[in-house]
Design a protein around this ligand. Structure first.
Ligand SMILES: Nc1ncnc2c1ncn2[C@@H]1O[C@H](COP(=O)(O)OP(=O)(O)OP(=O)(O)O)[C@@H](O)[C@H]1O
Length: 413
């Protein structure tokens, strides 16, 4: 026999013909209509609101996780004050409504396929209206926008910071916060809605789909994770995802000129590089081994990745660093020794298949807490999708440095 923690009689129609109890159990929201019984997990209820055009009614918003669609159910009560009371109760059972959240949302309109504005207008803002949380939208206008925003706002008024964009937008935000408010990162919860090109962090946070990402942000559950601190010639930056050097940073650098192609730009530039300019990337790596000794390697590479997690792509099954974990206290380093074009095809094919490339003979892999990469002739790094020129990059892991909205691994690592 199921026990209910709350029940309220509601009408299922405007004309007050069908009366039924709306019931809340410890883990679900239930009611019957003459044809069907409805049962939704509370974890999938986005929120509830009264309706301005019909103030005696309450609409509940839920995520149907199978079809990845938002569903809306309207219930009628005797008067507006009963409707308001039902809404408050439903909010208390379904989201942490007592928590006074004030969310700063950064929307990058040019990320990925340029759909950030549509996601905001059609999905995220409508969902936030089903919550009691305060929020403000900030639309980024150029590369400098976020740093200037951090300098010119009292950021401490916000409890959460959410990026509606790619990994680069969040990278710029946390780097600017650390620069102007050192030590304050842990005061915020950070979220990301995947509208970028690869959305690697969103994959780690259980938010490959926009709707699941919205639910994660609204539910507010959070977990601590590591960051990479990267010292370049003229600045220090923080990375949530990875530093990449070699052919991927070469492609990303050139792809900036093809942004009009959207996410396709990486494929197009990669294709050109592969057939026209196949080259070696010469460089020196110095890293700390398990015994705490410095190990040095000078090899010709195709690429080196220093990653903070699995480096996935929300659009497919690609996983570049499958041994990476965002909260294990280590940098996951993977490099590909220079070889033929055929080797890279094998690598791309296998890494696109959930990271099944790691046993290839030309792939090296290790974990470390710090690594320095010194390119001999190609001083261009890609950090979370952003391009930096520097003669070297010193990467260090900062354990448990940030708190993310969303679900991390359930594998206990
Ligand atoms: N309005 C704008 N016009 C031009 N550039 C912008 C604007 N707003 C932000 N930017 C820049 O866009 C760049 C890309 O951002 P972002 O990482 O969000 O998208 P992406 O590169 O498509 O995705 P991903 O990092 O997942 O591959 C950043 O360098 C940012 O400074």
């Amino acid at each position: 026999m199921r026990e209910y923690i709350y029940q309220k009689l509601v009408w299922l129609d405007e004309k007050h013909k069908v009366l039924t109890p709306l019931k809340v159990a410890i883990d679900s929201l239930l009611w019957d209509n003459p044809q069907n019984g409805y049962c939704y997990e509370l974890s999938l209820v986005v929120g509830a609101r009264t309706n301005s055009s019909d103030p005696s009614s309450v609409t509940v918003m839920v995520l149907d996780s199978i079809s990845d669609t938002f569903l809306f159910h309207q219930f009628w009560l005797a008067n507006p004050s009963e409707a308001s009371e039902l809404k408050e109760n439903l909010l208390n059972f379904t989201i942490d409504a007592a928590n006074q959240r004030n969310i700063a949302i950064f929307m990058n309109p040019i990320s990925g396929n340029r759909n950030g504005r549509d996601v905001w207008d059609q999905q995220f803002q409508p969902a936030l209206r089903f919550t009691p949380f305060r929020y403000s939208l900030f639309e980024t206008t150029d590369h400098e926008y976020i740093e200037e925003w951090v300098q010119n706002h009292d950021i401490k008024q916000f409890t959460d910071m959410v990026c509606l964009g790619g990994d680069g937008t969040l990278h710029l935000l946390i780097t600017a916060i650390e620069k102007y408010y050192p030590g304050f990162l842990e005061d915020f919860k950070f979220g990301i809605l995947p509208t970028g090109s690869t959305n690697s962090l969103a994959c780690e946070l259980g938010a490959r789909s926009i709707k699941q990402g919205i639910l994660n942000i609204i539910k507010g559950h959070s977990s601590k994770a590591d960051l990479l601190k990267i010292k370049l010639d003229s600045q220090e930056v923080l990375s949530t995802c990875a530093l990449v050097w070699g052919v991927p940073s070469d492609i990303c650098n050139d792809a900036q000129n093809y942004r009009f192609l959207g996410s396709l730009r990486y494929g197009v530039v990669g294709f050109m590089k592969f057939f026209r300019k196949w080259r070696k990337y010469k460089g020196r790596l110095v890293y700390e081994n398990d015994a705490g000794e410095n190990v040095e390697m000078s090899i010709d590479y195709v690429f080196v990745i220093a990653s903070n997690h699995r480096t996935q792509n929300s659009a497919n099954n690609e996983m570049l660093t499958p041994f990476g974990r965002i909260n294990d206290g280590f940098i996951d380093v993977q490099s590909m020794v220079y070889g033929s074009r055929w080797d890279i095809i094998t690598f791309l094919r296998k890494s696109a298949n959930k990271g099944s490339h790691t046993n290839l003979s030309f792939i090296q892999h290790f974990k470390t807490k710090s690594i320095t990469i010194e390119p001999a002739d190609f001083p261009i790094f890609n950090i979370d999708g952003e391009i930096y020129n520097s003669s070297r990059a010193q990467v260090q892991i900062i354990p448990q440095a940030i708190r993310y909205l969303g679900a991390l691994y359930d594998d206990g690592k």
